[in-house]
Design a protein around this ligand. Structure first.
Ligand code: AKB
Length: 325
């Protein structure tokens, strides 16, 4: 098989910054072009392009120049930030995706990845083990854009024969890059506060259960999905993806097992309504059926690794700038 030439849009974000490294390990660094609207340290480790994904001409220029064959489109304004400016969120999330689909059609790209989300679900869905094929009734602009994005992906797959693959990610927890603007961000921020020895004020109620996944597992799922032969994918475009589910008080207790002096309080804000509209857990049996998807991390092993990694980040090299959260 010929190696793909990969373009990642929005590569400086929480998923892109680690996916770029994984794909560079897999395919070789020259094969993976990271891009973002702003400069990222990824530029020091391989090809990097400044790209505003709303700029169709610039996107085409990069695709042509590098003979790109695959795109991972990671540009999006997430659920909580998206509500602050709904029209702008719709514009960025949708117009950038349409640009990718058009470039896919025009240059006959071999494969495209679209990150969908549990935000496609809403209050009418079953809360526990939310099934794959539910009526989608999102309450956020971000969720609306993910439902529309999945539908457009199906349209381009059907009409133009594009091979587009997608996962409905739950909240993702990682130590490399801070999360930015989501409702599940508390589950990342909590670790930074805990490791720095600070009190954490949680913006969700203590018993709000949400589906979550450690980044390492999420990346493996993404790579496995993209590697699965197309004939084995029975679903069409978007697969439910689950792994963990926990409440703020459960993750706090798991952190306290490792850092006993850690303290938390609960001051729910407008993000509570978004969380309340989402599933508590996800039925991802189709991913298991189609490529044997299984998460490796449980709540405790994730907490151990997050705390270890953040301790290294904060304390082993004090001259390195600390990430802002
Ligand atoms: C968010 O909270 O908006 C995202 C998501 C679940 O897609 N992390």
């Amino acid at each position: 098989m010929q190696k793909p030439v990969v373009l990642i849009t929005g590569a400086a974000g929480q998923i892109g910054s680690v996916l770029a490294e994984k794909l560079r390990e897999k395919w070789g660094k020259e094969q993976v072009i990271a891009s973002d609207i702003k400069y990222s340290p990824l530029a020091k480790k391989g090809p990097f392009e400044i790209l505003d994904a709303l700029d169709q001409n610039r996107l085409e220029e990069i695709v042509q120049k590098n003979k790109v064959t695959r795109i991972y489109h990671l540009v999006a304004i997430l659920s909580a930030s998206g509500e602050k400016n709904p029209v702008r969120t719709w514009d960025i999330n949708m117009r950038s995706w349409m640009n990718i689909l058009e470039v896919g059609r025009k240059y006959n790209l071999e494969r495209i990845f679209f990150p969908s989300s549990i935000a496609v679900f809403g209050p009418l869905n079953e809360k526990i083990n939310t099934p794959q094929d539910s009526v989608l009734n999102p309450t956020t602009v971000y969720g609306l854009s993910k439902v529309a994005g999945e539908n457009w992906a199906n349209y381009y797959a059907e009409k133009h024969g594009l091979d587009i693959r997608s996962l409905r990610y739950p909240g993702l927890i990682s130590h490399q890059t801070p999360a930015g603007g989501g409702t599940t961000d508390y589950a990342v921020d909590i670790f930074h506060k805990a490791v720095k020895g600070e009190h954490f004020s949680c913006f969700l109620k203590k018993n709000t259960r949400l589906p979550m996944l450690y980044m390492d597992d999420a990346l493996r799922a993404t790579i496995e999905l993209m590697d699965t032969p197309v004939e084995e994918l029975t679903r069409g475009v978007a697969y439910n993806l689950g792994g963990l589910d926990f409440t703020p008080s459960e993750i706090a207790a798991a952190i306290q097992n490792i850092l006993p002096t850690f303290s938390i309080s609960y001051e729910p804000d407008e993000r509570q309504a978004i969380a309340d509209s989402w599933p508590s857990s996800i039925d991802d049996s189709m991913a298991f059926q189609d490529w044997n998807w299984k998460p490796n991390y449980d709540l405790n092993s994730m907490c151990i690794e997050m705390i270890d990694e953040l301790k290294k980040k904060y304390f082993s090299n004090l001259s390195t700038a600390l990430p802002k959260i």
